[in-house]
Unconditional design. Structure first.
Length: 74
């Protein structure tokens, strides 16, 4: 349809560190390189520092609720 407005999909890069040995900056760099190779443009980064012993529900990742069909999580 000619009058249809196409809304770009959301591409969220999720970074989680749970130990002192993990580095958010290095993970972000890796995700940027991956997305470029895949032809994707990241629209949002979500970085979380949390214990590895907590489950997904306990992390309270509210940003998952914002996802619509066609959005991508890296």
């Amino acid at each position: 349809m000619i009058n249809e407005v196409i809304k770009p999909r959301k591409i969220v890069a999720y970074i989680r560190v749970s130990t002192d040995q993990q580095d958010i900056g290095k993970q972000r760099e890796t995700l940027v390189h991956y997305s470029k190779r895949a032809g994707l443009m990241i629209t949002r980064f979500v970085g979380i520092e949390i214990s590895a012993t907590k489950g997904l529900v306990e992390r309270k990742l509210e940003f998952f609720n914002e996802f619509k069909e066609g959005d991508i999580l890296i």
